[in-house]
Structures are given as structure tokens and as C-alpha cells.
Design a protein around this ligand. Structure first.
Ligand SMILES: [Fe+2]
Length: 490
């Protein structure tokens, strides 16, 4: 094992109010060391037909936070396990964002976070939010690179999927003006990447397409009634689906320079279906009941309809008893979402919505080769009822059979987003593959990579790869297949 020495972290608790911030402690406590470790110990056996790399992003503040700390504020750190011929290697690296480099040079935090007044911040992103672009949210594989993205729209940082070296903010050969949201969609059939950018001033939403050779080939403004907080989008074979959801900025608070959200139940949820290369004026809006949606499962075309599966949040506003900023943060982070289907009829303009499951599941995933095409299987994590966000199990939904299978990690064991990793040679969307996830054991303070047979989740892991350090709970993950890495080398 080799380890890169880094400055020790000075993060323990937020001291301004005397309240302990659970998102800096225990299973969330950041790690201060960047490690390379090879030939990791395995309980069970890593399948020989599973080759590739699992990467997971998440917040990991390098320095003690300035002011109140929100879980979304931490510097992005990617933890990766590379599986090859039955062996496993681990590596973790911070994403070297411009802000990370500036703070590293200063030896302290320079930015305050989302719970502080942005106007007091000395720096800003392209939307003038005054917050640090920390690239901590997702890891998206495109054109041989990982894009580390940020939920408030930032520079997509290109990262080498094996070395985890930050290659820099990717402007796509100088063609990307503005920022990119956290969850751009890759069509592996065409090699294109679909994304949007949003901000507090008109145009509130801008949609675009990046070609397989890495150039922005389309951007168009999408007219919205006001600033919104879209988190995800969908693609189908011919369309993009964008969202206008009634979790809106409180305009009175915004005028006073405060960041406050308001769930306006008088407004519908609106879904915009736009031809992939269309102009914003061609968008067709479909209205449904008010909700918020963080994550799309998938979308596809079926007859004259576009079908959209999501994890739908029915009550996105904080609980009434959340009075302090910390209590509000904890309340907002109590994710409660259910699998839900929308059908948008392009012939009649009708919208139908159907709840598919009443369990609290999130961070959904499908076989990445089938994004935008009808899927039989989707996967998600199950959210525990604990007071902070923890994933206590994995779920597989079968669209054809209308069936659900589950696995729970067990007491005190918490997972990460678990992408589907197809077995080498497996047909797309066949459940012929694995789910791969980090699991942190809270009682032992240790982490491992668990590999489960997607066709038999209930059987539990077929292999548990023991990691050389604890991996704090975090955000999004992806699986990059060996054949995608091969393309990279050729
Ligand atoms: Fe997300």
C-alpha cells in the first residue's frame, strides 16, 4: 500500500451554535488521506466475468468549514475500486477543482457554504451564487473520462477513471459556455451527452447536446415562469425530458440575498418533452400533480407515448418543527421518495401518472447501455428511517413481472449508490450481472465493496472486498466496464 500524505483535517463539529452537525461525524466524517492499495483482501470471490471500475463521488471537506456546514458543501472526493481478473485495487482522490486548489494554497477554507449568506462570500460561480463549485455530486463516464459534476451547476471536471487524476475543468474544446448540472445523460449508442444549465436569472434553463467527439452541437433556452431547481433530466431515443417542478426560490427572501426554498402546492409539476436536437420553442409541456424529483430512473418511447420513471418526492418541504438552520438541513436531507411512472401522450397531450411502489427508494440505476430505451429491470437503494440519510438496502424492480426483490445490508451497515455492472458478454437489460456498492459498517468503522448477483439480490454479496480505509457515506456512483476502458486505451 502507498499513501499520499495530506494535511490532517481539522473538522469535528460546527461550533457557531454549539450543535453537533451529524454530517461531519461518524459515518459521514471526512477522511484526510489519499491512498493507493492493491490486491485487497476479499471475503468470497470476485467474479472473473466482472471487470471494470466502480467510482463514487461525495463530500469530503479538506479544511474545517467556514460557518455552518451543509452536507452538500464538502469538497468532492472520488473513491474507486478497480476489478481486474479477480483482483481489486482501491484509490481515492479529491477532485482538484479551482476552489480546492485555492483553499489548499491558502491552507484553510475560503468559502462559506449554502447555509450562509452568499453575498458574504468572496467568490462566485458563473451564476453569481457565491458558492464553491466542489464537483462533489456525480461521476459520469463520457469519452473515456469521468466528469465530476456539481448539483448547483458548475464546471464538469474531467477525471481519469483509473488514476483519478483531475485533468481540469472540461470546456469541451472551448465549446461549452456556462455550466452543467449534476446528472447529464449519456446515450452509449450514439456517444452523445445531454445536459442542462440553470440559474436564478433568465434564461432560467438552457438545454444542450454534446457530440460523441466532445463538442457542444446544440444549445437552446427553455422558457420557465421563474427560477427553479431542476436536478435531473431524461432522454429517450428521440427526445429529451426536462422538468419544471414547484419547489421554487422564495423571491422575497432572494431579494434580501437569502437562499430559501418554497414548495408551492398551487403549481403543477410540469414535464417538457423536446426533440433531442429541437429548439426550446418546440417543447411540449405536460402537467401532473405537484411534487419534487431528484432522480430519474429512465425514460423511453412506447407507441405515441413517452414513459418516464422517477423517484417522486411527495413532500419536499422541511418538517414544521424544523426551526434552526441545522434542523432544516436535516429535514431537507430526509429523503422520502417513491417509484412513480408518467406517461406523456404526444398525440393527445394527455398525461397519466401511476405510483409503482410505496417503499422509500432512491438513487435509481439501470444498465447504462439502455438509458433512453425501455428497461425491464431497474435498481435503487432503500432509504432507512434514520434521522440522517442512510441507505439500508438494495432493491430491484422488474417492470415485466411487476415484482420487487430486496436485500438489506444488516444492522449498522450502510450502502452507497449501487450501479448495475453487466457480466462480460451479457445482453443489455437482462439482470445478467451484478450490483456493486460500498458498505460502511458503523460499528467497526470499516468499509468494503460488496458485489451482489443482480439476479439474486436476496442471496447477499458474492464477494466483499475489504477496503484500506473507511469511505464516508456520499452521493453518486457509476460503473465503468472494462470494454469502455479498453476503448480508452486504443
Ligand atoms: Fe443527485
Amino acid at each position: 500500500m502507498t499513501s499520499t500524505s495530506e494535511q490532517p483535517l481539522m473538522v469535528a463539529r460546527t461550533a457557531d451554535t454549539g450543535e453537533a452537525n451529524p454530517y461531519l461525524l461518524g459515518v459521514y466524517a471526512p477522511v484526510g488521506t489519499e491512498i493507493d492499495a492493491e490486491d485487497l483482501q476479499v471475503i468470497g470471490e470476485i467474479p472473473q466475468d466482472l471487470n471494470g471500475v466502480y467510482l463514487r463521488n461525495g463530500p469530503n471537506p479538506r479544511f474545517a468549514p467556514e460557518g455552518r456546514y451543509h452536507w452538500f458543501d464538502g469538497d468532492g472526493m472520488i473513491h474507486a475500486v478497480h476489478l481486474e481478473n479477480g483482483k481489486a485495487r482501491y484509490r481515492n482522490r479529491w477532485v482538484r477543482t479551482k476552489a480546492f486548489e485555492a483553499e489548499s494554497a491558502a491552507g484553510k477554507a475560503l468559502w462559506t457554504g449554502v447555509m450562509e449568506n452568499p453575498k458574504d462570500n468572496p467568490f462566485g460561480n458563473s451564476h453569481g451564487l457565491g458558492l464553491k463549485d466542489n464537483a462533489n455530486t456525480d461521476v459520469v463516464f463520457h469519452r473515456g473520462r469521468i466528469l465530476a459534476t456539481w448539483y448547483l451547476c458548475g464546471s464538469p471536471y474531467a477525471v481519469d477513471p483509473l488514476s483519478l487524476e483531475t485533468l481540469g475543468a472540461d470546456d469541451f474544446l472551448g465549446t461549452l459556455a456556462g455550466d452543467m448540472m449534476a446528472h447529464p445523460k449519456v446515450d452509449e449508442t450514439t456517444g452523445e451527452l445531454f445536459w442542462f444549465d440553470y440559474g436564478p436569472r433568465p434564461p432560467y434553463l438552457r438545454y444542450g447536446v454534446i457530440s460523441a467527439d466532445g463538442r457542444v452541437v446544440r444549445t437552446t433556452d427553455i422558457e420557465l415562469p421563474g427560477p427553479r431547481l431542476p436536478h435531473d433530466m431524461a432522454i429517450t431515443e428521440h427526445y429529451a425530458v426536462l422538468m419544471d417542478l414547484p419547489l421554487v426560490q422564495d423571491l422575497a427572501a432572494a431579494r434580501q440575498g437569502r437562499h430559501k426554498l418554497h414548495f408551492d402546492r398551487s403549481l403543477p409539476s410540469r414535464f417538457g418533452v423536446l426533440p433531442r436536437y429541437g429548439d426550446g420553442s418546440q417543447i411540449r409541456w405536460f402537467e401532473a400533480s405537484p411534487c419534487y424529483i431528484y432522480h430519474v430512473v429512465n425514460a423511453w418511447e412506447e407507441g405515441g407515448e413517452v414513459v418516464l420513471d422517477v423517484c417522486r418526492v411527495q413532500r419536499p418541504q422541511p418538517r414544521a418543527d424544523a426551526h434552526t438552520p441545522l434542523a432544516k438541513m436535516l429535514s431537507y436531507l430526509r429523503l422520502d421518495a417513491q417509484l412513480h411512472r408518467y406517461r406523456f401522450d404526444l398525440r393527445t397531450g394527455a398525461c397519466r401518472e401511476t405510483p409503482l411502489d410505496d417503499d422509500n427508494t432512491e438513487f435509481p440505476t439501470v444498465d447504462s447501455r439502455g438509458v433512453g430505451r425501455a428497461n425491464r429491470y431497474s435498481y435503487a437503494v432503500h432509504i432507512s428511517p434514520e434521522s440522517t440519510l442512510k441507505f439500508d438496502g438494495l432493491v430491484r424492480h422488474d417492470n415485466l413481472a411487476g415484482a420487487k426483490t430486496e436485500y438489506r445490508f444488516g444492522p449498522g451497515r450502510w450502502g452507497s449508490e449501487a450501479p448495475f455492472a453487466p457480466r462480460e458478454g451479457a445482453a443489455a437489460d437482462s439482470a445478467d450481472g451484478y450490483l456493486v456498492t460500498f458498505v460502511q459498517d458503523e460499528r467497526e468503522g470499516r468499509s468494503e465493496l460488496d458485489i451482489l448477483d443482480a439476479a439474486d439480490l436476496a442471496a447477499g454479496p458474492v464477494a466483499r472486498v475489504l477496503l484500506p480505509q473507511r469511505v464516508p457515506l456520499g452521493f453518486h456512483a457509476t460503473w465503468v466496464r472494462a470494454d469502455q476502458l479498453e476503448n480508452l486505451r486504443s
